[in-house]
Design a protein around this ligand. Structure first.
Ligand code: MD3
Ligand code: FE
Length: 214
């Protein structure tokens, strides 16, 4: 029997065509994922980048993998080296890669091979304004997002900035897969509310696994 009230994690919730939340999908491995995030940050620290418009981002970022996403005076781009340090990004841990591939598969996307993992760190008040992710070459490849630590209100809309938006709470251990027609939806994160999480303290972390280049 389909038991809608089962407490067993994970469970999936469709969000829109091509988009699905795998609730608490990584709950049991979240501590280990955070340890890997800490190891990456010890090699390549979180950094508040300055947008081409001259604004300091409230979200601090780092990356792992062959390519990393960043922004600076020149624009928004994926590159093989961190423009702040001039060094290559730390490698993507096998644990990260296999998890992202498995989650994509569970959402119906086969053949996902991430070459980039952007790691966002939110402190109280940090937000990400409505935007589209379109710096990747192939929009047929999904994006897999993993949320760790403090909860945040995620906002997603349509294909133009002015369209109505929906809100959904993303909590520790939640995974969202964005593909198909949802891949180009506008989305953002509302200002983080202060709190203390047993594993991440006063922060929220979000990992996004991407295929930057064909
Ligand atoms: C919908 N990150 O890094 S994750 C980003 O929580 C980003 O840090 C947010 O938006 C965060 O670009 C949201 C959920 C997400 C990620 C990528 C998407 C939703 C998406 C790409 C297309 C559509
Ligand atoms: Fe995004």
């Amino acid at each position: 029997m389909l038991d809608l009230f089962s407490e067993e994690a994970p469970w999936s919730e469709p969000l829109a065509e091509g988009a699905v939340i795998l609730r608490r999908r990584v709950r049991d491995e979240a501590d280990e994922l955070m340890t890997l995030v800490e190891a990456i940050a010890s090699q390549n620290p979180f950094y508040h980048r300055i947008t081409p418009g001259g604004h300091r981002m409230s979200v601090a970022m780092t990356n792992c993998g062959d390519f990393g996403w960043s922004t600076d005076a020149r624009g928004y781009q994926y590159s093989g080296r961190d423009s702040v340090t001039g060094r290559r990004w730390p490698p993507m841990p096998d644990r990260f890669r296999s998890l992202a591939v498995a989650c994509a598969q569970e959402a119906g996307f086969t053949g996902f091979h991430p070459d980039a993992c952007l790691i966002n760190r939110y402190e109280p008040g940090a937000k990400l304004s409505l935007h589209q992710d379109k710096d990747e070459e192939d929009f047929n490849q999904p994006i897999v997002s993993v949320s760790l630590g403090l909860p945040a209100v995620f906002q997603f809309g349509g294909f133009e900035r002015g369209e109505a938006t929906q809100r959904v709470l993303l909590e520790h251990g939640d995974v969202v897969v964005w593909g198909g027609p949802s891949r180009l939806r506008y989305h953002g994160i509302l200002p983080l509310k202060p709190g203390i999480h047993p594993r991440t303290g006063g922060f929220r972390f979000n990992l996004t696994f991407r295929r930057a280049f064909r």
